[in-house]
Write a protein that binds this ligand. Sequence first.
Ligand SMILES: Cc1cc2nc3c(=O)[nH]c(=O)nc-3n(C[C@H](O)[C@H](O)[C@H](O)COP(=O)(O)OP(=O)(O)OC[C@H]3O[C@@H](n4cnc5c(N)ncnc54)[C@H](O)[C@@H]3O)c2cc1C
Length: 362
Amino acid sequence: MDRRRFLSASAASAMLAGCATAQPPLALARPARPCLPRVNVSEERVIRTVAGLRPYRAGGFVVRAEPLGDKLLVHNYGHGGGGITLSWGTARLAADLGLPGTEGPVAVLGAGIVGLTTARLAQDRGRPVTIYAAALPPDTTSNIAGGQIVPASVFERDAVDAAWRAQFDAACAYSWRRWQLLVGADTGVRWLPTYDASTGPIGSPAMAQFHAGREIIAAADSPFGRPVARFQTMYVEVGRFLRLLTAEFLGAGGRIAVRRFATPAEIVGLPERTVFNCTGLGSHELFGDTDLVPKRGQLAVLLPQPEIDYAYTLGGYMFPRADGILLGGTWERDEWDAVTTPDAIAGIMALHRRINARDCPT
Ligand SMILES: Cc1cc2nc3c(=O)[nH]c(=O)nc-3n(C[C@H](O)[C@H](O)[C@H](O)COP(=O)(O)OP(=O)(O)OC[C@H]3O[C@@H](n4cnc5c(N)ncnc54)[C@H](O)[C@@H]3O)c2cc1C
């Protein structure tokens, strides 16, 4: 069976679900290209709109240790649009910097995905941990994330050096393995085929691993009527996963204190001698990192459509999750308010209506 016929066959059931109207009888239906079930992009199906601020640095995330008073302070922040993806990986880099050669209780500042994964790895290495955070899930940026396991919009090529690249490669490798171990109905982590507008070569092997089984599909064979890359990666239902991580953290004896730090001097007053800074965008103000800026992302979330068993990133992105269909597509640099704007949401809806207005040729 050649690839084209395989694609047609594997999409047959999807065709029936998504293109049931005005189709000829099955025996006559012989599509020129596969047809995927369509997302129903209509205003009545919008269950919420949300916005979050990606903590972006052109020079990439910061994982670095330095003294702070009598403490060892380990930074782990600035993951841009890839913090869910890279969380386990940079948590491990940070743990390797902060835990060997120190002992006793550990403080983690921040309760987003980066703080929680860092805290869990410190617990795994036998350390008592207290998380101090101004806000807890579900009120973190991490809760807004789409949850695709691809490190998108994390750095600018010209702004990073070889040493940072080595950190990035190590973080990618560990994260990719760790997320695979977490796939399951209990965690809300699953594999999905993904259709992507970028059909050129992928920049590095570290990035390429997140595009498993990647193949380029010509326009004539593409469900979107345009050339696309198709690959497999994982998707996390982030809210569920953060609840699970929090429960595991508490179950392992962790403590959580709601507290906002205004200055590093306040951190010096903590009882713990080893402190991990996982405050995300909060590090702009707390540590004066002016290279750290927001890239606002707005989302329209639609009622779930269980038959949508693929994702796409075609200018805007669509990630289907059990808690809703996420439609996104804005990266607004230097916008500091985590609010949605009617124009952007209207633009997102219009874009995804166009993408899903595709016809299924017979
Ligand atoms: C719309 C959107 C879609 C995204 N999609 C994806 C995706 O598909 N895949 C992906 O990998 N990533 C995605 N991201 C990026 C991802 O959400 C972030 O990179 C990630 O959430 C950063 O996690 P964090 O733990 O560093 O920050 P946060 O989740 O912001 O957590 C920071 C924590 O620090 C605390 N804090 C901050 N300042 C202080 C202070 N002064 N004192 C005490 N506590 C403080 C906060 O209260 C919070 O608890 C997306 C982001 C957005 C906005």
